[in-house]
Design a protein around this ligand. Structure first.
Ligand code: GRG
Length: 409
């Protein structure tokens, strides 16, 4: 199959304008814009969100044929133009050095077989993206909150570890649900040990995470991180259903994306804020940063399913279509190619659906639109975190948004 050059390698969109986004009419109404930063501790009201994701989504009547001039798409090796911003990985490194050893201690169990299953994914091959955000956010908040020391509090370090454990438990269960045999370039637990043992291993990791959570000794933090588990399950259920109406379908997709991916990051950021200060406004900034970065991360994941090669991803590409899932690129493509509607409704189950849907997506600007939407969320994440007092960690969180957009696996 001939694939346009821009789908062969990582690329990014530059010079995005707000006008272009509003032309496409995707508006987040969750975070009303308020002028002025609160950096330095100045008080400013932040409207609490009544719902984690609240979108007015309207498809354009006359969609522009080409939203992205070729000059704005380019093969990308650029990470960030502002070299002053700290590298998030090196800044978080000192806090994450013992992450996997600490997790393995939590998972210590005498039976050799159960231990091998539980330790299997804590081999340092994951990106540790979630704990990295948590420790950077914690340090940025400690500086913002003028706490006596800027070092991580023990509870904050535990939240980073628990976030990775909940994430991994959900991956183990997700692979069973999806019947996946590859993850991070190796066989999945269900492929190696079978589904029943994989489910039990996921349960065991989740229970160890729950015990570590209880030891933090803060009931609000327990409740915030328990919400994540509810969201993960609800998100997975939402993914199993779909909507006939296109607008409802897009809202359903974004709501599912928040629950399945962003809630863990958002609520972990909120938890480390609760541990260092008592200002709900600051908790909301932390939550909003995590929510927006988390949604952007998943949108990019959905793009990579169409644009990255399988070997690089460590799992098969077009995996979502094969699972019957219509993600951002397909939903956008359906605007240009209404033929996709019936395929979406039957979850690409008829002979040739996956191949035809794949072709439609590549011929459409669904990939570009989804990437652009991801940028929109990253912009909002930057706007939120910029309200904190300046610090190297805050700047690393800003830089991280650019890395989310340009990642290739
Ligand atoms: C709470 C145990 C439990 C289950 C809840 C199965 C399920 C119900 C939820 C699934 C949630 C899930 C697996 C979401 C996937 C999110 C996602 C984009 C994962 C990929 O994350 P990366 O790229 O992976 O950070 P690495 O491998 O780098 O960690």
């Amino acid at each position: 199959m001939a694939v346009p050059w821009r789908h062969c390698w990582r690329w990014s969109i530059t010079n995005c304008t707000k006008t272009r986004l509003s032309n496409y009419a995707v508006f987040s109404t969750l975070s009303p814009r308020r002028p002025g930063p609160i950096a330095g501790g100045a008080q400013q009201e932040v409207l609490p969100s009544t719902h984690p994701v609240n979108f007015k989504y309207t498809f354009p009547r006359h969609k522009p044929r080409q939203l992205w001039p070729a000059s704005q798409l380019r093969c990308c090796k650029k990470i960030h133009s502002d070299t002053k911003l700290k590298d998030p990985f090196s800044l978080a490194q000192k806090d994450l050095a013992h992450l996997y050893d600490d997790i393995k201690k939590e998972l210590y169990v005498s039976g050799a077989e159960l231990r091998s299953l539980c330790d299997y994914y804590f081999d340092g091959k994951g990106k540790a993206f979630r704990p990295m955000i948590v420790v950077l956010m914690a340090r940025a908040l400690n500086i913002h909150s003028n706490s006596k020391g800027t070092d991580l509090l023990p509870g904050q370090r535990s939240v980073a570890m628990i976030a990775e454990m909940i994430h991994t438990a959900s991956l183990v269960h997700d692979d069973v649900i999806d019947g996946s045999d590859q993850r991070r370039g190796k066989s999945t637990i269900n492929d190696m040990w079978g589904e029943r043992k994989a489910i039990l291993a996921g349960d065991f990791i989740l229970s160890a995470a729950s015990m570590a959570l209880a030891r933090i000794g803060n009931t609000t933090v327990v409740s915030v991180l328990s919400q994540v588990i509810e969201d993960l399950v609800r998100g997975e259920f939402m993914q199993m259903g779909s909507k006939e109406n296109e607008n409802e379908r897009f809202k359903h997709y974004l709501d599912k994306t928040f629950k399945k991916t962003a809630s863990l990051i958002a609520n972990s950021c909120r938890a480390v804020s609760i541990l260092v200060n008592s200002d709900p406004e600051v908790h909301e900034i932390a939550f909003q940063y995590g929510k927006n970065v988390g949604i952007a991360f998943q949108l990019v994941d959905d793009v990579l399913d169409f644009t990255a090669c399988a070997a690089h991803l460590g799992k098969p590409s077009a995996a979502d279509l094969k699972l019957g899932l219509a993600t951002g690129p397909v939903l956008f493509a359906c605007q240009q190619f209404p033929e996709l509607h019936s395929m979406i409704m039957r979850r690409f189950s008829s002979q040739g659906d996956v191949e035809r849907a794949w072709q439609y997506v590549l011929e459409s600007d669904g990939v570009e639109q989804t990437s652009y939407l991801a940028r929109h969320y990253c912009d909002e994440a930057v706007r939120q975190v910029s309200r904190l007092r300046p610090s190297p960690e805050r700047d690393a969180l800003i830089r991280l948004t650019e890395m989310v957009l340009t990642r290739d696996k």
